[in-house]
Design a protein around this ligand. Structure first.
Ligand code: GRF
Length: 191
């Protein structure tokens, strides 16, 4: 993969909807030596997202938007511009960004998805993998384009599925790998 050059550290916004454990792993990574990101903003579509607590703990600005209203897109883009954000990391963000948003954001958008893409795009990935009696599942970090979970893959990690697995056991094991590969993918991407 060709490494992307650019500013010393990417000014990053992390978009979340829930627990924010991937956000936490990215915050920790951002504080590590030679990390290529500075997390400047946490964005959520959900004012009750548990992960918003990291805004206070780590003193990172947060913004909550209703993503249902297309009119808000312009506002979100303005906030990103004002904060000079050039990297968006979607991390458990449960809304689909519009084509218009993706086209008009002047930077890179990454996502983490809990499956071995191109398998199991969309929701309920672990449930579907279990129903299909897959032997492996995993997680993927990829670029975001206008098609759901279809952008170029940057990094993947396989996770074994055991006979007695449940959705909850499996999602916990995959999540542990997610926390590792998101920072790794960012390292891989930027010089
Ligand atoms: C992760 O499995 C992520 O890949 C998926 O939702 C989960 C969110 O976890 N889309 P968290 O909010 O980062 O803890």
């Amino acid at each position: 993969m060709v490494k992307l050059t650019g500013p010393d550290k990417r000014r990053t916004a992390v978009f979340i909807s829930g627990a924010g454990s991937n956000l936490l792993s990215l915050i920790k990574f951002s504080k590590s030596k030679n990390s290529k990101i500075l997390i400047k903003l946490i964005v959520s579509n959900n004012s009750k997202a548990k992960g918003l607590k990291y805004s206070k703990i780590y003193r990172i600005k947060k913004k909550i938007f209703n993503f249902k209203k297309t009119i808000n897109e312009q506002k979100i883009l303005q906030v990103l511009k004002k904060n000079k954000i050039d990297l968006i990391c979607l991390a458990g963000f449960m809304k689909i960004l519009s084509k218009n948003f993706i086209k008009n954001f002047n930077g890179i958008i990454l996502n983490i998805h809990p499956s071995l893409l191109p398998k199991y795009k969309g929701l309920n990935t672990h449930k579907r993998a279990l129903i299909n009696k897959e032997k492996f599942t995993g997680c993927t970090v990829h670029f975001v384009n206008s098609k759901l979970d279809s952008g170029k893959i940057i990094l993947q990690k396989k996770v074994r599925i055991f006979k007695n697995d449940t959705e909850s056991k499996l999602s916990k094991r995959v999540l542990i790998q997610e926390h590792k590969i998101y920072p790794k993918a960012i390292k891989k991407l930027f010089l």
